[in-house]
Design a protein around this ligand. Structure first.
Ligand code: SF4
Length: 350
C-alpha cells in the first residue's frame, strides 16, 4: 500500500477575494480554536482507524497562515504522532501574514502571490500588496529551501509585460516551484457579473504559453498543466491526486480517496466540529479516471495497447498537441491548453 497524503482544510480568510469560490470565510479566535480542536480530534480518530504512515501533509485553505504558530505546530505534531513524520509538509501562506518561519515545522511553503502588480492585486480583491509578497517570499527563503508561489493568468489589466516582470521577480527570488492558474469567473463570485476588462481565451492562452516558455528557459519543468518546478521540487502531495495514490482530506469541503473509495465532508464548519459526516462520491481508480488524471501530468498515459485510438493519437501528435515519451502519450504546452477537449475526445474514442 502506498503512503498516504493528508490534506487539512483551514477555511478561514480575513477577506474574500473577488474570484474565490472556495469554502472560506472570516472567523473570530474562538471559532478558530474550536476548529483546531476538532481537527486534532479527527487526526487522532483517523490515525487510530487507518494505522498507516503518511508521507505528505498539506495545509491548504482558506488561509492556514491566519492560525497561530502554536495551532499550526500542534496540528503538525498530531500528524507526526498518528501518521509518522511526513517527508513533505507543506503550508499555504498569505503574503503579509505574520508567520514565524523559523518556528514552523513545515518544509514547504506555498505563497499566494497571484501578481506583483498592485493594480492587478486590487482587481483580484487581494488584501496584500506586491511589496508584502516579496517580503514574505524572502522571509520564507531564509528558513526553507522549497518555496512555491501561485500566480494567476488572465487578471484584468494584466499584460505580457507585467507577467514577464512577475516571473522575473520569482526566478530572481529563487522560488523552486510555481503554480500558474488561469483565472475563472465562477458563478456566485463578484467576478461573475463584473464588467472589468477580463482577458479573453486567446489572450489567456498567449499568457500561458509565455509562462511555459519563460519557465522552461529558467530550468523549470512543467510537470502538470498548471504546475512548474525545478528538478526535485515537484509537489509530493499534489502528485498523489494525479497518480491515484491515497489521500485523506480533513475539514469541511475536504475530499478523500482511500483505496477505491472517494468521499468528502460537507461545507459546514459547525457540522464538522460537532459530528463530521462523510459523503460518498463513488468509486475511484477506473481507467477513465487514470487517463484523465495522468494526462494532466508529464507522466502521460500508455495507449500502445489500444489500436482503435491510434489514428486519433497520430492526428494529435501531427498537430503538435501531444508528444510521446517512450510508449506514453504526453500533452505538449499547446495540448495542455486544450486538455479538457483532448481528454474528452480520447475517452469517447477509446
Ligand atoms: S485568500 Fe485564497 S481562499 Fe481566501 S478568499 Fe482569497 S483566494 Fe479564496
Amino acid at each position: 500500500m502506498n503512503n498516504l497524503g493528508i490534506y487539512i482544510h483551514i477555511p478561514f480568510c480575513e477577506k474574500k477575494c473577488n474570484y474565490c469560490d472556495f469554502y472560506s470565510f472570516s472567523a473570530g479566535a474562538s471559532l478558530k480554536q474550536r476548529y483546531v480542536l476538532a481537527i486534532l480530534r479527527e487526526i487522532g480518530r483517523w490515525g487510530d482507524y487507518l494505522n498507516r504512515p503518511a508521507d505528505s501533509l498539506y495545509l491548504g485553505g482558506g488561509t492556514p497562515s491566519v492560525l497561530t504558530t502554536d495551532n499550526l505546530c500542534s496540528i503538525y505534531t498530531a500528524v507526526q504522532k498518528y501518521f509518522c513524520t511526513p517527508k513533505s509538509a507543506a503550508i499555504e501562506v498569505n503574503p503579509g501574514d505574520r508567520v514565524d518561519f523559523a518556528a514552523l515545522p513545515f518544509n514547504r511553503i506555498s505563497v499566494g502571490v497571484q501578481s506583483f502588480n498592485d493594480n492587478e492585486l486590487t482587481a483580484l480583491g487581494r488584501r496584500h500588496k506586491s511589496k508584502q509578497a516579496k517580503q514574505t517570499l524572502l522571509a520564507a527563503k531564509k528558513h526553507i529551501k522549497d518555496v512555491s508561489a501561485d500566480l494567476m493568468l488572465g487578471i484584468p489589466y494584466q499584460t505580457l509585460n507585467s507577467l514577464k516582470e512577475n516571473l522575473k521577480i520569482l526566478t530572481d527570488l529563487g522560488v523552486t516551484h510555481i503554480s500558474a492558474y488561469m483565472l475563472k469567473r465562477e458563478k456566485g463570485t463578484p467576478f461573475y457579473q463584473s464588467d472589468l476588462p477580463f482577458a479573453d481565451e486567446r489572450q489567456t492562452a498567449d499568457l500561458y504559453l509565455f509562462v511555459c516558455d519563460f519557465l522552461k528557459s529558467f530550468g523549470f519543468e512543467r510537470y502538470e498543466i498548471s504546475n512548474f518546478a525545478k528538478k526535485g521540487f515537484y509537489s509530493v502531495h499534489n502528485l498523489k491526486y494525479w497518480t491515484g495514490e491515497d489521500y485523506l482530506g480533513l475539514g469541511p469541503a475536504a475530499h478523500s480517496k482511500l483505496s477505491n473509495r472517494r468521499f468528502y465532508y460537507e461545507k459546514d464548519i459547525e457540522g464538522y466540529i460537532n459530528a463530521p459526516v462523510e459523503i460518498t462520491e463513488g468509486e475511484a481508480g477506473d481507467e477513465d479516471e487514470k487517463i484523465m488524471l495522468l494526462l494532466r501530468t508529464n507522466i502521460g498515459y500508455d495507449f500502445s495497447g489500444n489500436k482503435k485510438l491510434q489514428p486519433f493519437l497520430k492526428r494529435l501528435q501531427d498537430e503538435g498537441l501531444t508528444t510521446t515519451v517512450g510508449t506514453r502519450t504526453v500533452l505538449t504546452d499547446r495540448g495542455a491548453l486544450l486538455s479538457n477537449e483532448i481528454i474528452t475526445q480520447i475517452l469517447i474514442k477509446k
